[in-house]
Ligand binder design. Structure first.
Ligand SMILES: [Zn+2]
Length: 346
């Protein structure tokens, strides 16, 4: 099959387009003809071998976790799927054996693997994965739209619904509106919850796009101070929930404007992972700080339902052919996009 693979870590030049053997499935797995694959920051880290992501190269490694496509083969013990079904994959594969998995808390499984990082993924014509990670998509949802969902919307469900329990009467502050997860968080908080959304970004183009996809207020942090604007918008109360996928740079500006009983959720640390915390303020204001990694496996089905009901709409910035994956990685590196970058595999 055609695939983009790598034999070592490095810059975009390590991504090679060529032929590799098709994956072979076990009895509890499903083989998928990939039609679209979302690109995530994790792909860049995995390619470069940064942030603790090291691939054990025992053959060509294929990146890409957010796969959408058609079922082409099902393992012997797989029920409820049929050949030709249109599906999307949750790339976080859990062990199904540990205490967390067995008690319904699979989002806390520490023996998880990520499709495209720990094992071969979707920058290819075919991929395979465990049956429990495969979800049917409605006809109204395109392959591109489906591939834009898993890695960015599953954390939104986990963060806003399960952990922060964000309410429609509350205000949420969302870091870096232009990234895949930032734009997803705006949509989710605004349309799936009905909260007031303040988003931050770096220029006027991105600020306008953030408003287009649902932000009530946008802070251009190159022109105004995040804290001042949040206090102005919330009439001195601060943000009830803060969605941080950026880390140190955002934390320093955001934590001072967390409201009483505020919940500060962290799902990424691209700018750094060390933080100064004023513990006195934390308990005096009854605040909470928590982290999430993706969500439960089945949270993706809730996201598919919301998209099917047209409550939220995936934000796609650009699409690329499989053989042009290097261009897509370059575009992500430049940070001049708003929403998701998607690979098409016709
Ligand atoms: Zn587990």
């Amino acid at each position: 099959m055609k695939a983009v693979f790598m034999l070592e870590h490095g810059n975009v030049d390590v991504l090679q387009y060529g032929n590799v053997p098709e994956p072979e499935i076990d009895e509890d797995e499903i083989k998928i003809r990939v039609k679209a694959c979302g690109i995530n920051r994790l792909d860049i880290f995995t390619r470069a071998g940064k942030r603790g992501v090291k691939v054990n190269f025992d053959g060509p490694h294929i990146l890409g976790g957010d796969v959408a496509g058609d079922v082409v083969e099902i393992g012997k013990s797989v029920e409820n799927f049929k050949i030709g079904q249109r599906v999307v994959v949750n790339p976080r594969l859990v062990c199904s054996k540990c205490k967390d998995c067995l008690t319904g808390n699979d989002e806390s499984c520490m023996r998880y693997r990520m499709l495209g990082t720990s094992i071969n993924g979707g920058y290819a014509e075919y991929t395979k994965t465990h049956k429990d990670n495969v979800f049917e998509i409605p006809d109204s949802l395109s392959y591109e739209g489906a591939a834009a969902l898993p890695t960015v919307y599953v954390p939104c469900w986990n963060m806003f619904k399960r952990r922060a329990q964000l309410k429609s009467s509350e205000t949420v502050l969302i870091a870096s509106a232009s990234s895949g997860v930032g734009s997803a968080a705006i949509q989710f908080a605004k349309f799936a919850v009905g909260a007031t959304v303040i988003a931050t970004t770096s220029n006027e183009f991105k600020a306008q796009r953030a408003k287009d996809v649902g932000a009530d207020f946008v802070i251009n942090y190159n022109e105004e101070t995040i804290a001042n604007k949040v206090m102005e918008v919330t009439e001195g109360r601060g943000a009830d929930v803060i969605f941080d996928h950026v880390g140190t740079d955002f934390w320093n500006q955001a934590i001072p404007v967390l409201a009483p009983r505020g919940r500060y959720g962290i799902c990424g640390v691209t700018s750094g992972y060390k933080a100064d915390l004023q513990m006195g303020t934390l308990f005096m204001r009854n605040q909470s700080i928590f982290g999430i990694h993706m969500g439960k496996r089945n949270d993706l089905s809730e996201i598919i339902r919301l998209v099917g009901d047209r409550v939220i709409k995936p934000v796609i910035h650009n699409t690329f052919d499989l053989e042009s994956v290097q261009l897509a990685h370059d575009e992500m590196d430049k940070n001049e996009f708003f929403g998701k970058l998607i690979i098409n595999v016709p």
